[in-house]
Ligand binder design. Sequence first.
Ligand code: NAI
Length: 348
Amino acid sequence: MSEQKDQQKTQPKKKVRIAVFSTKTWVVNAFNEINSKFNFEISYFEARLYNQTVALAKEFDVVCVFVNDKLNAEVIKKLKEHNVKLIALRCAGFNNVDIEKAKDEKIGVVRVPAYSPYAVAEHTLGLILSLSRKFHKAFTRIRDGNFALDGLLGFDLHNKTIGVIGTGKIGQIFSSTMLGLGCNILAYDKYPNKELKDKGVKYVDLHDLYEQSDIISLHCPLTYETYHIINEYAINAMRDGVMIINTSRGPLIDTNAVIEGLKKGKVGYLGLDVYEEEEELFFEDLSEKVIQDDMFVRLQTFPNVLITAHQAFFTREAVNNIADTTFNNIKEYFEKGSCVNEVETKKK
Ligand code: NAI
């Protein structure tokens, strides 16, 4: 009898089984390295998680997903049928998960609230400088043996007015960085930040921000309120030749409206790390395929548009933080039944 007990004691605990969706090489490398500390049982799937692929989640305790997986009510219902207990987002935003439905089905949702706000803030500055100083053009010109300066005329950032929409973790770092370059910062957020105010950031309403900013950068989450926050009316209120930067979420900008703004010359520069319909494009090598998204193709025809494919977060530091925080979230959730990084809803 006591031998049986001893055997039970020494029997290894059942490993938590994790299905990682939207897998890329960098995910496997980072996760496998960090998993040596955690010892989870991991299966990697290249597929995105959405209603066509949810069957893959059968027999797993956790689905680990990223920005372009689509966890609507139907997918979450199926996850419940498959006995999945936790949705572990390896990103900060959770607009792609029906949180209410997850709570109804008693499936936990955890996320990585901040993997490197510096990575995104620095990428934002990179887009601004590339557009303002035309680095992307200079690079190809020099390779072509063209050393002429015509067409490369830029502008100083010093003394320009930057409108920052959303002054959370990323917006704060970005604002401080731009203050350091001698810019004036106008900000809009429902919850103004005292530290930023003390540093000289001026909170204004959206209309004033549109009217007075030379560069407008989006750092708010995607919600019902912020969907198409940059639309035809907003663009009409902006300065002629304004620069718009979006490193936050694609649907914050009405792409049709911004294309019209670019055609009229109202929008002078556009820098995007995210795009409204990016699910069908980003994170894949489509270089041998014909792109079917006509709006995206139109955007690429403008000389004053610079697009990166959702890479603002992509630094060594951030990737390690993503893997580490994701596994700590899962560990904490299964040990305590809750997690400090759980996404809450009013319902709870
Ligand atoms: P955060 O939660 O720290 O800050 C968001 C801020 O937006 C908060 O201060 C909030 O009060 C404000 N906000 C909410 N609703 C608003 C509204 N209607 N109008 C104006 N402000 C509003 O989030 P964090 O970490 O700064 O990230 C910002 C966004 O950046 C995320 O929601 C995510 O979509 C995006 N992101 C993009 C990445 C990329 O690789 N491109 C990587 C990480 C985040």
